[in-house]
Write a protein of this length. Sequence first.
Length: 295
Amino acid sequence: MTDRVTPDVSLEAFAKVNRSLRVLGTRADGYHELDTLFQTIDLSDRLTFEPADELSFSCDDGRLPTDDSNLVVKSARLLAREAGRSAAARIRLEKRIPFGAGLGGGSADAAAALVGLSTLWGLSLRPEELAPLAARVGSDVPFFLVGGTARGTGRGERIEPLPDAPAAALLLLLPPFPLATPEVFRALGAPSLTPSEAASNLRAPVSGELWGGNDLEEAAESLEPRLRGLREALSKVGAMSARLSGSGSTVFGVFADLSAADAAASRLDLPAEVGRRVVPTLSRAEFQRRAFPSG
Ligand code: C5P
Protein backbone atom coordinates (compact mmCIF):
# COMPACT_ATOMS: atom_id res chain seq x y z
CA MET A 1 0.00 0.00 0.00
CA THR A 2 1.13 3.51 -0.79
CA ASP A 3 -0.21 6.46 1.13
CA ARG A 4 -0.25 8.84 -1.81
CA VAL A 5 -2.42 8.52 -4.90
CA THR A 6 -0.39 7.94 -8.08
CA PRO A 7 -2.12 9.71 -10.99
CA ASP A 8 -2.97 7.69 -14.09
CA VAL A 9 -0.72 8.19 -17.09
CA SER A 10 -2.23 8.51 -20.57
CA LEU A 11 -0.09 8.66 -23.71
CA GLU A 12 -0.54 8.83 -27.47
CA ALA A 13 1.56 6.36 -29.51
CA PHE A 14 2.20 7.69 -33.03
CA ALA A 15 2.57 5.60 -36.18
CA LYS A 16 5.33 5.88 -38.82
CA VAL A 17 5.88 5.35 -42.49
CA ASN A 18 9.21 4.57 -44.11
CA ARG A 19 10.34 7.38 -46.42
CA SER A 20 12.75 4.86 -47.88
CA LEU A 21 13.92 1.37 -46.96
CA ARG A 22 17.00 -0.39 -48.27
CA VAL A 23 17.77 -3.99 -47.38
CA LEU A 24 21.54 -4.47 -47.52
CA GLY A 25 21.51 -8.24 -46.94
CA THR A 26 20.97 -11.04 -44.42
CA ARG A 27 23.05 -10.98 -41.24
CA ALA A 28 24.61 -13.89 -39.40
CA ASP A 29 21.87 -13.59 -36.72
CA GLY A 30 19.13 -14.09 -39.34
CA TYR A 31 17.96 -10.48 -39.29
CA HIS A 32 18.38 -8.16 -42.28
CA GLU A 33 20.77 -5.24 -42.30
CA LEU A 34 18.72 -2.14 -43.12
CA ASP A 35 19.19 1.48 -44.03
CA THR A 36 15.85 3.20 -43.64
CA LEU A 37 14.33 6.64 -43.12
CA PHE A 38 11.46 6.72 -40.65
CA GLN A 39 8.83 9.47 -40.50
CA THR A 40 6.26 10.05 -37.74
CA ILE A 41 2.67 10.56 -38.95
CA ASP A 42 -0.39 11.97 -37.20
CA LEU A 43 -2.15 8.67 -36.52
CA SER A 44 -2.04 7.31 -33.00
CA ASP A 45 -3.16 4.72 -30.47
CA ARG A 46 -3.86 5.74 -26.87
CA LEU A 47 -2.49 3.90 -23.84
CA THR A 48 -3.56 4.43 -20.24
CA PHE A 49 -1.55 3.21 -17.26
CA GLU A 50 -3.05 2.92 -13.78
CA PRO A 51 -1.61 1.67 -10.51
CA ALA A 52 -2.67 -1.92 -9.71
CA ASP A 53 -1.54 -4.90 -7.61
CA GLU A 54 -0.64 -6.99 -10.66
CA LEU A 55 -0.19 -6.65 -14.42
CA SER A 56 -3.30 -6.55 -16.60
CA PHE A 57 -3.60 -5.52 -20.23
CA SER A 58 -6.74 -4.97 -22.28
CA CYS A 59 -7.45 -3.64 -25.74
CA ASP A 60 -10.66 -2.33 -27.33
CA ASP A 61 -9.89 -4.34 -30.50
CA GLY A 62 -10.63 -8.01 -29.76
CA ARG A 63 -8.49 -9.19 -32.71
CA LEU A 64 -5.26 -8.25 -30.93
CA PRO A 65 -3.55 -10.78 -28.61
CA THR A 66 -3.34 -9.47 -25.04
CA ASP A 67 -1.12 -12.26 -23.69
CA ASP A 68 2.68 -12.25 -23.29
CA SER A 69 3.12 -12.15 -27.08
CA ASN A 70 1.89 -8.53 -27.15
CA LEU A 71 4.79 -6.07 -27.28
CA VAL A 72 3.15 -3.92 -24.58
CA VAL A 73 3.22 -6.83 -22.14
CA LYS A 74 6.79 -7.70 -23.18
CA SER A 75 7.85 -4.09 -22.54
CA ALA A 76 6.17 -4.03 -19.13
CA ARG A 77 7.86 -7.26 -18.02
CA LEU A 78 11.27 -6.21 -19.35
CA LEU A 79 11.17 -2.77 -17.71
CA ALA A 80 10.02 -4.25 -14.39
CA ARG A 81 12.81 -6.84 -14.47
CA GLU A 82 15.45 -4.21 -15.26
CA ALA A 83 14.12 -1.93 -12.51
CA GLY A 84 14.02 -4.83 -10.02
CA ARG A 85 10.33 -4.42 -9.22
CA SER A 86 7.04 -6.19 -9.99
CA ALA A 87 5.28 -5.41 -13.27
CA ALA A 88 2.18 -4.13 -11.46
CA ALA A 89 -0.06 -1.89 -13.58
CA ARG A 90 -3.40 -1.84 -15.34
CA ILE A 91 -2.76 -1.01 -19.00
CA ARG A 92 -5.49 -0.23 -21.52
CA LEU A 93 -4.94 0.24 -25.24
CA GLU A 94 -7.30 2.07 -27.59
CA LYS A 95 -6.23 0.76 -30.99
CA ARG A 96 -6.48 3.15 -33.94
CA ILE A 97 -3.36 2.20 -35.95
CA PRO A 98 -4.18 -0.79 -38.16
CA PHE A 99 -2.01 -3.84 -37.39
CA GLY A 100 0.01 -5.87 -39.89
CA ALA A 101 0.08 -2.61 -41.79
CA GLY A 102 3.75 -1.56 -41.80
CA LEU A 103 2.85 1.53 -39.75
CA GLY A 104 4.72 0.37 -36.63
CA GLY A 105 1.62 0.29 -34.43
CA GLY A 106 2.82 -2.53 -32.15
CA SER A 107 6.26 -0.93 -31.83
CA ALA A 108 4.76 2.51 -31.09
CA ASP A 109 2.64 0.93 -28.34
CA ALA A 110 5.72 -0.81 -26.93
CA ALA A 111 7.68 2.45 -26.76
CA ALA A 112 4.72 4.22 -25.13
CA ALA A 113 4.53 1.39 -22.58
CA LEU A 114 8.19 1.91 -21.64
CA VAL A 115 7.67 5.67 -21.25
CA GLY A 116 4.29 5.38 -19.48
CA LEU A 117 5.39 2.73 -17.00
CA SER A 118 8.65 4.53 -16.30
CA THR A 119 6.50 7.50 -15.26
CA LEU A 120 3.88 5.46 -13.37
CA TRP A 121 6.56 3.60 -11.43
CA GLY A 122 8.53 6.78 -10.67
CA LEU A 123 11.63 5.56 -12.53
CA SER A 124 11.92 8.79 -14.54
CA LEU A 125 14.06 7.21 -17.26
CA ARG A 126 14.89 9.43 -20.23
CA PRO A 127 14.25 8.19 -23.81
CA GLU A 128 18.04 7.65 -24.25
CA GLU A 129 18.00 5.38 -21.19
CA LEU A 130 14.99 3.43 -22.49
CA ALA A 131 16.47 2.94 -25.99
CA PRO A 132 18.49 -0.25 -25.21
CA LEU A 133 15.39 -1.86 -23.68
CA ALA A 134 13.31 -0.75 -26.67
CA ALA A 135 15.77 -2.46 -29.04
CA ARG A 136 15.33 -5.72 -27.12
CA VAL A 137 11.54 -5.56 -27.54
CA GLY A 138 11.70 -5.08 -31.34
CA SER A 139 13.87 -3.66 -34.11
CA ASP A 140 11.58 -0.67 -34.81
CA VAL A 141 10.84 0.27 -31.20
CA PRO A 142 13.74 2.73 -30.52
CA PHE A 143 12.53 5.05 -33.32
CA PHE A 144 9.27 5.62 -31.42
CA LEU A 145 11.22 7.20 -28.54
CA VAL A 146 12.69 9.79 -30.96
CA GLY A 147 10.08 10.54 -33.66
CA GLY A 148 10.13 13.08 -36.50
CA THR A 149 12.48 12.17 -39.36
CA ALA A 150 15.24 9.70 -38.45
CA ARG A 151 17.58 7.21 -40.07
CA GLY A 152 17.58 3.61 -38.84
CA THR A 153 20.48 1.25 -39.48
CA GLY A 154 21.51 -2.20 -38.22
CA ARG A 155 18.24 -4.13 -37.67
CA GLY A 156 16.60 -0.69 -37.81
CA GLU A 157 17.25 -0.17 -34.09
CA ARG A 158 20.25 2.21 -34.42
CA ILE A 159 18.57 5.60 -34.68
CA GLU A 160 20.12 8.81 -35.93
CA PRO A 161 17.67 11.75 -35.55
CA LEU A 162 17.73 13.93 -38.68
CA PRO A 163 16.50 17.50 -39.23
CA ASP A 164 12.77 17.42 -40.00
CA ALA A 165 12.01 16.86 -43.67
CA PRO A 166 9.48 19.36 -45.12
CA ALA A 167 5.89 18.68 -43.98
CA ALA A 168 3.72 16.66 -46.37
CA ALA A 169 0.28 15.07 -46.41
CA LEU A 170 -0.06 11.34 -46.97
CA LEU A 171 -2.98 9.41 -48.35
CA LEU A 172 -2.83 5.98 -46.70
CA LEU A 173 -4.49 3.04 -48.42
CA LEU A 174 -5.27 0.34 -45.88
CA PRO A 175 -5.97 -3.05 -47.52
CA PRO A 176 -8.31 -5.47 -45.73
CA PHE A 177 -5.45 -7.99 -45.33
CA PRO A 178 -2.45 -7.67 -42.96
CA LEU A 179 1.09 -8.76 -43.92
CA ALA A 180 3.44 -10.54 -41.49
CA THR A 181 6.90 -8.92 -41.44
CA PRO A 182 8.91 -12.21 -41.22
CA GLU A 183 7.08 -13.61 -44.27
CA VAL A 184 7.83 -10.52 -46.35
CA PHE A 185 11.54 -10.64 -45.43
CA ARG A 186 11.57 -14.36 -46.27
CA ALA A 187 9.94 -13.75 -49.66
CA LEU A 188 12.69 -11.21 -50.44
CA GLY A 189 15.37 -13.94 -50.40
CA ALA A 190 18.14 -11.39 -49.71
CA PRO A 191 21.73 -12.69 -50.00
CA SER A 192 23.78 -13.05 -46.83
CA LEU A 193 26.14 -10.25 -45.98
CA THR A 194 29.48 -10.01 -44.22
CA PRO A 195 29.87 -7.25 -41.60
CA SER A 196 32.40 -5.44 -43.83
CA GLU A 197 29.97 -5.47 -46.75
CA ALA A 198 27.32 -3.95 -44.50
CA ALA A 199 29.70 -1.17 -43.48
CA SER A 200 30.69 -0.33 -47.04
CA ASN A 201 27.07 -0.33 -48.28
CA LEU A 202 26.25 2.13 -45.53
CA ARG A 203 28.69 4.69 -46.91
CA ALA A 204 26.08 5.62 -49.50
CA PRO A 205 23.41 6.96 -47.16
CA VAL A 206 19.73 7.13 -48.05
CA SER A 207 19.36 10.33 -46.05
CA GLY A 208 19.47 12.54 -49.16
CA GLU A 209 16.25 11.00 -50.45
CA LEU A 210 13.06 12.63 -49.15
CA TRP A 211 10.83 9.85 -50.47
CA GLY A 212 12.87 6.96 -51.83
CA GLY A 213 12.25 3.34 -52.75
CA ASN A 214 11.30 0.41 -50.57
CA ASP A 215 13.24 -2.83 -51.20
CA LEU A 216 10.42 -4.85 -49.56
CA GLU A 217 7.83 -3.72 -52.10
CA GLU A 218 8.43 -6.47 -54.65
CA ALA A 219 8.44 -9.19 -51.99
CA ALA A 220 5.20 -7.87 -50.47
CA GLU A 221 3.60 -7.65 -53.92
CA SER A 222 4.66 -11.24 -54.68
CA LEU A 223 2.70 -12.33 -51.56
CA GLU A 224 -0.23 -9.98 -52.24
CA PRO A 225 -0.44 -9.00 -55.95
CA ARG A 226 -3.41 -6.68 -55.16
CA LEU A 227 -0.87 -4.20 -53.68
CA ARG A 228 0.48 -3.23 -57.09
CA GLY A 229 -2.92 -1.86 -58.16
CA LEU A 230 -2.99 0.38 -55.07
CA ARG A 231 0.31 2.05 -55.98
CA GLU A 232 -0.93 2.55 -59.53
CA ALA A 233 -4.20 4.05 -58.25
CA LEU A 234 -2.26 6.58 -56.14
CA SER A 235 -0.05 7.59 -59.07
CA LYS A 236 -3.16 8.08 -61.23
CA VAL A 237 -4.65 10.60 -58.77
CA GLY A 238 -1.42 12.63 -58.72
CA ALA A 239 0.70 11.28 -55.83
CA MET A 240 4.29 12.61 -56.00
CA SER A 241 5.43 9.21 -54.77
CA ALA A 242 3.48 6.00 -54.06
CA ARG A 243 5.14 3.37 -51.87
CA LEU A 244 4.63 0.48 -49.51
CA SER A 245 5.29 1.39 -45.87
CA GLY A 246 7.73 -0.97 -44.13
CA SER A 247 6.72 -4.56 -44.86
CA GLY A 248 3.13 -3.48 -45.68
CA SER A 249 0.31 -3.84 -46.13
CA THR A 250 -0.22 -0.04 -46.15
CA VAL A 251 0.52 1.77 -49.41
CA PHE A 252 0.80 5.55 -49.19
CA GLY A 253 0.83 8.44 -51.62
CA VAL A 254 2.64 11.71 -50.95
CA PHE A 255 0.96 15.10 -51.54
CA ALA A 256 2.01 18.70 -50.91
CA ASP A 257 -0.78 19.45 -48.42
CA LEU A 258 -3.96 18.09 -46.86
CA SER A 259 -6.35 19.61 -49.41
CA ALA A 260 -4.43 18.01 -52.30
CA ALA A 261 -4.47 14.65 -50.49
CA ASP A 262 -8.22 14.96 -49.71
CA ALA A 263 -9.00 15.84 -53.33
CA ALA A 264 -6.98 12.84 -54.53
CA ALA A 265 -8.78 10.55 -52.05
CA SER A 266 -12.15 11.61 -53.50
CA ARG A 267 -11.00 10.73 -57.04
CA LEU A 268 -9.72 7.23 -56.18
CA ASP A 269 -11.36 4.40 -58.05
CA LEU A 270 -10.92 1.48 -55.65
CA PRO A 271 -13.15 -1.12 -53.96
CA ALA A 272 -14.76 0.03 -50.69
CA GLU A 273 -12.87 -2.70 -48.78
CA VAL A 274 -9.66 -0.62 -49.13
CA GLY A 275 -9.59 1.87 -46.23
CA ARG A 276 -8.35 5.43 -46.86
CA ARG A 277 -6.94 7.91 -44.45
CA VAL A 278 -5.34 11.34 -44.98
CA VAL A 279 -2.69 12.26 -42.39
CA PRO A 280 -0.01 14.94 -42.11
CA THR A 281 3.58 14.10 -41.24
CA LEU A 282 4.69 15.26 -37.77
CA SER A 283 7.89 17.11 -36.93
CA ARG A 284 10.01 15.89 -34.02
CA ALA A 285 8.97 18.86 -31.87
CA GLU A 286 5.25 18.18 -32.51
CA PHE A 287 5.79 14.49 -31.81
CA GLN A 288 7.58 15.16 -28.54
CA ARG A 289 5.01 17.73 -27.39
CA ARG A 290 2.10 15.36 -28.03
CA ALA A 291 3.70 11.99 -27.22
CA PHE A 292 5.50 13.03 -24.03
CA PRO A 293 3.24 15.80 -22.65
CA SER A 294 4.96 16.05 -19.27
CA GLY A 295 8.52 15.51 -20.51
O1 C5P B 1 12.78 -7.17 -34.41
P1 C5P B 1 11.40 -7.63 -34.65
O2 C5P B 1 10.94 -8.67 -33.66
O3 C5P B 1 10.40 -6.51 -34.76
O4 C5P B 1 11.39 -8.31 -36.07
C1 C5P B 1 10.31 -9.11 -36.50
C2 C5P B 1 10.77 -10.03 -37.62
O5 C5P B 1 11.03 -9.26 -38.80
C3 C5P B 1 12.07 -10.76 -37.34
O6 C5P B 1 11.83 -11.96 -36.65
C4 C5P B 1 12.60 -11.01 -38.74
O7 C5P B 1 11.93 -12.08 -39.34
C5 C5P B 1 12.17 -9.76 -39.48
N1 C5P B 1 13.21 -8.70 -39.49
C6 C5P B 1 14.37 -8.89 -40.23
N2 C5P B 1 15.32 -7.91 -40.25
C7 C5P B 1 15.13 -6.75 -39.59
C8 C5P B 1 13.97 -6.53 -38.84
C9 C5P B 1 13.02 -7.53 -38.82
O8 C5P B 1 14.55 -9.93 -40.85
N3 C5P B 1 16.06 -5.80 -39.65
